[in-house]
Design a protein around this ligand. Structure first.
Ligand SMILES: Cc1cc2nc3c(=O)[nH]c(=O)nc-3n(C[C@H](O)[C@H](O)[C@H](O)COP(=O)(O)OP(=O)(O)OC[C@H]3O[C@@H](n4cnc5c(N)ncnc54)[C@H](O)[C@@H]3O)c2cc1C
Length: 416
């Protein structure tokens, strides 16, 4: 069923009886050409592009819980392509371009809103670093502007410009960055994949792999064995656990990242604002809630809830940047499990097991990557060659020394 204004009008006039479920609920078949493990944004996007762009058939997405229950429905919805390094910037810019056409591609309203992202500058050295990053973005076909303090003041007069420790000295602005309604991304990709014949199987946990003579033959699941020609793993925070079932140890740690939403307020925040002197970022949802977050919790965990030291840290960051936030009441908060890689950059690669492919290590930044990650993973699964924009996302880069460490922070996940 195609969604359109005419359809809404017709359904309105005929009692809304014609709407169909957005995806089917099929029983698993005994064998698929390609099985994707993980019904998050990346797994569903992979299935969509595999079927729609790469013409693959007999595909299943296996999800242990429900579609949108993982990080894709838990993030702070920010999209951007403001990276510095060659390994990253072309990939994230490819993703931003896909976001720009996504709603037409999926025929689904994902509320893609390019309201701009401002990374605040608090010192002269930081201005130099952001100027360099902005130039790298422009060289890769992205947009970037360096704003003066006065320009920032015009955009967001409520910020604490006179803070003695962290005065605001300008910002790196990407106007094409912004926000997207996160769960609608999961639903839109799921609906499109389903309409191209992909079986989306919920409540189906993968519990093991069948590997014979170095080749994957299928997966053991809570709903029985499912045979597969190829298996793509896209389980985000559970990457280490799932790949351990195939005998692999990854350069990834799992940590909790929390998000916070205030009560609904009148429009105040024009786009996304990130604090350059602490870990704090904030935007405002269309319902009026201030949506904000900060650092990961300081210990490894698979629990989808966080702890109070980070709540305090985020509140301190918010108060230092925009004291008006102290007047807003917190409505909700939650956590998601982050697959933090050792250089802060992801993996989209084959493994040493034939037919087994891995997508993960998305750290804080995997939501904005969703379309490009799905596209590049589909390319890899369909053609056995890496997509042009994802060639650097190799599993062996720590052996070869080709890390993609945006901040030069080293192997410490919370610093990326
Ligand atoms: C609080 C928070 C804020 C964030 N903010 C941003 C942001 O503003 N911008 C940004 O770009 N990124 C952000 N991120 C990161 C982003 O959300 C993730 O990197 C991205 O969503 C991960 O990919 P995914 O959508 O495929 O993950 P998920 O939605 O987590 O999908 C993985 C799926 O795999 C399933 N699974 C796991 N194990 C198994 C198994 N054994 N069998 C079957 N299924 C299994 C899980 O149930 C899950 O549904 C944020 C994350 C969090 C938690």
């Amino acid at each position: 069923m195609k969604y359109s204004a005419a359809r809404i009008l017709w359904e309105g006039l005929t009692g809304h009886k014609g709407w169909k479920p957005v995806w089917r609920d099929p029983a698993p078949r005994p064998h698929y050409d390609i099985v994707i493990i993980g019904g998050g944004g990346h797994g569903l996007a992979t299935a969509h592009y595999l079927a729609k762009v790469y013409g693959q058939r007999k595909i299943a997405v296996l999800e242990k819980g429900w579609i949108g229950g993982g990080n894709v429905g838990r993030n702070t919805t920010i999209i951007r392509s403001n990276y510095l390094l060659d390994g990253n910037e072309p990939f994230y810019e490819f993703s931003l371009k896909l976001w720009e056409g996504l709603e037409q591609d999926l025929n689904y309203n994902a509320m893609v809103s390019q309201r701009g992202i401002m990374n605040l500058i608090h010192s002269d050295a930081q201005r130099d670093a952001f100027r360099r990053r902005g130039n790298a973005m422009i060289l890769n076909g992205a947009d970037a502007e360096l704003l003066t303090t006065e320009q920032v003041r015009n955009e967001a007069p409520f910020l604490n410009f006179e803070n003695a420790r962290f005065p605001i000295k300008g910002a790196l602005m990407q106007r094409r960055g912004g926000t997207v309604r996160h769960d609608a991304v999961a639903w839109g990709f799921a609906r499109s994949a389903d309409s191209h014949g992909v079986d989306i199987i919920q409540n189906c946990e993968v519990t093991g792999f069948k590997i014979e003579n170095g080749r994957v033959k299928g997966v053991e699941t809570s709903r029985g064995f499912i045979g597969a020609g190829k298996v793509g793993v896209a389980v985000a925070g559970n990457s280490s656990k799932v790949m351990a079932m195939a005998g692999m140890r990854l350069p990834i740690e799992s940590h909790v990242l929390q998000a916070f939403v205030s009560e609904g307020l009148k429009p105040i925040i024009p786009g996304v604002i990130t604090f350059g002197a602490g870990h704090f970022y904030v935007s405002q949802s269309d319902k009026g809630g201030l949506v904000f977050g900060g650092d990961i919790d300081g210990y490894n965990s698979y629990a989808q809830r966080g702890n109070s030291p980070v709540v305090e840290d985020v509140a301190e960051g918010g108060m230092a940047l925009m004291p008006i936030i102290g007047r807003a009441r917190l409505l909700r908060m939650w956590g998601g499990i982050m697959d933090m890689s050792m250089d802060g950059s992801p993996f989209i690669d084959r493994t040493h097991i034939e037919g087994l492919y891995f997508n993960g290590g998305w750290s804080y930044g995997g939501f904005k990557a969703t379309p490009a990650s799905g596209h590049a993973f589909a390319h890899l699964l369909a053609t056995d060659t890496p997509h042009d924009t994802a060639k650097a996302y190799r599993l062996d880069r720590f052996q070869s020394g080709a890390m993609i460490d945006e901040k030069g922070a080293g192997a410490q996940p919370n610093l990326h």
